[in-house]
Design a protein around this ligand. Structure first.
Ligand code: NAD
Length: 483
């Protein structure tokens, strides 16, 4: 923070673990209230000069940051493999996505102009608007894409002229801290500050008096806590990217093979073991395609090579912690107990050796009364439901508290577009899953979130809008003087 690497003021630390083995990797500073105060203060000091640089000036720093990240890309990806358990090759792709974002945000920000509002009182006033940064923005991120979220979370507030204090997840702090080191080498001191720690550190950050804007990515339960908590400290602008129980709908005319491939891809098993907010963890398949779909899913799930995240040829790593593995196994047990049929996986693979592995798991004949149909599992588990009646299926698809993504598989485009209109979800794919497109607003409805990211909407959300009204004097006197 403030351009320096330092320990917690009170010397506090916590351990982070390699989920592929269960062994402790490192002790990491546990930032307390004093550290959060210092981080916010250094961000406050750095922000005015950062703002004065303008988008073009900040873009030059983004270019330098991109070069520094590229140089250490393999190290950052390996830190995620050992700390989060995500396969190394997938994390190298995540670094690539972050590098693309470093170019995309300045390009978008150059288009963030204020408006002139001519019709307010023509001729007598000039009305215009300005976008101004908040000052210091707090960003809190989860464990599933550590380096990607660490980098991508700071870019939009930064390009809008804010300084940032970012907190990574306590399970996966290493790549964010390495990124913080890079940022300290390249950016003016205090523009980016990384504070490691858990819920208490996050609480100190969101309740800080100088933080007016908070963007949080994580679970709905934590978002609700933050919403309640910050209300005690005045008005703050909040945005939330939260969980999902995302419906994938397969119509009878769908290309089943493509739908199976889309389902496997959309679960992000080979990126983060299905610990993914947007994954299609609830699949509603028409009766005519049901058996073929399940058979395809079984074959593909069973072919996935599970093992240590940094070993060559491994496609899927372990879950992030022992507690989370146990939670996911608990959901599988509850599904079976409630009458679901196990089609693939269901347990811990052989040779787990202390790692937190769970097999890619598919449960069929699921009904909406089961917990595995309604609750976010956040792991390598899909629940498959069979349908025959369109209206009943649609009702089921919408009958969860979440509304993040959805995916529709049919060759009838009228059906596809009409279904997209009727689904409660913020981001919908037709005959595809998983992909994000920069510039297209990403975010959830219902308890999946507030606000939109990856787009102009997100950029604007890091700015206050100011309206300016200037009186235009009657020009006759001035014109007479000229004459
Ligand atoms: P989590 O809510 O437990 O933790 C997320 C972050 O919040 C962590 O950094 C944590 O330390 C911090 N935190 C915890 N308690 C806090 C508090 N009281 N005050 C402030 N900060 C606090 O979530 P998780 O288990 O790390 O992540 C999984 C969740 O994130 C899933 O629900 C998933 O769907 C969601 N997620 C959403 C998106 C999205 O873009 N919509 C992306 C990734 C993950």
């Amino acid at each position: 923070m403030g351009g320096e690497l330092r320990d917690a003021a009170d010397g506090g630390t916590f351990e982070t673990v390699d989920p592929s083995t269960g062994e402790v990797l490192a002790s990491v500073p546990q930032a307390g209230g004093v550290d959060v105060d210092d981080a916010v203060a250094s961000a406050n000091r750095a922000q005015p000069a950062w703002d004065r640089l303008g988008v073009r000036g900040r873009r030059e720093y983004f270019e330098q940051l991109g070069a520094a990240i590229e140089e250490r890309a393999t190290e950052l990806a390996m830190l995620d493999a050992i700390d989060a358990g995500n396969p190394y090759t997938a994390m190298l792709r995540d670094v690539g996505f972050a590098l693309a974002s470093l170019k995309d945000w300045p390009a978008l920000a150059l288009g963030l102009t204020g408006d002139v509002v001519p019709e307010a009182s023509p001729g007598k006033n000039l009305h215009y608007t300005l976008y101004e940064p908040y000052g210091v923005v707090a960003r809190i991120v989860p464990f599933n894409h550590p380096v990607l979220f660490a980098i991508n979370s700071v870019l939009p507030p930064l390009i809008a002229g804010n300084a940032v204090v970012m907190k990574p997840a306590e399970q996966t702090p290493l790549s964010a801290l390495a990124f913080g080191e890079l940022a300290a080498e390249v950016l003016p001191p205090g523009v980016v500050n990384v504070v490691s720690g858990g819920a208490e550190t996050g609480d100190a950050l969101v309740t800080h008096r100088d933080i007016k804007r908070i963007a949080f990515t994580g679970s709905t339960a934590t978002a609700l806590k933050i919403q309640r908590r910050v209300a005690e400290f005045g008005l703050k602008h909040l945005s939330f990217e939260l969980g999902g129980k995302n419906a994938m709908i397969v119509f009878p005319d769908a290309d089943v093979e493509a739908a199976v491939a889309g389902a496997v891809n959309g679960m992000n098993l080979t990126v983060c073991q299905g610990q993914s907010c947007g994954s299609n963890s609830r699949i509603l398949v028409h009766a005519q395609a049901y058996d073929a779909f399940l058979e395809g899913l079984r074959a593909r799930f069973e072919a996935i090579r599970v093992g240590p995240a940094y070993a060559p040829d491994v496609e899927m790593g372990p879950l992030v912690s022992a507690a989370h593995r146990d939670r996911v196994l608990g959901y599988i047990a509850s599904g079976k107990a409630e009458g679901a049929r196990l089609v693939a996986g269901g347990g811990v693979p052989r040779g787990a050796n202390g790692g937190y592995f769970v097999e890619p798991t598919a449960l069929a004949d699921v009904s909406m009364e089961m917990r595995i149909a309604r609750e976010e599992i956040f792991g390598p588990v899909v629940s498959v439901l069979r349908w025959t009646d369109y209206s009943a299926m649609l009702e089921q698809a919408n009958a969860v508290e979440y509304g993040l993504t959805a995916s529709i598989w049919t060759n009838d485009l009228s059906v596809a577009h009409r279904t997209a209109q009727r689904l409660d979800a913020g981001y919908i794919w037709i005959n595809d899953t998983s992909k994000h497109f920069f510039g297209t607003p990403f975010g959830g409805t219902k308890n999946s979130g507030l606000g939109r990211e990856e787009s102009m909407e997100e950029l604007v959300s890091y700015c206050e809008q100011k309206a300016v009204h200037a009186i235009l004097q009657d020009p006759e006197d001035a014109l007479a003087r000229i004459a």
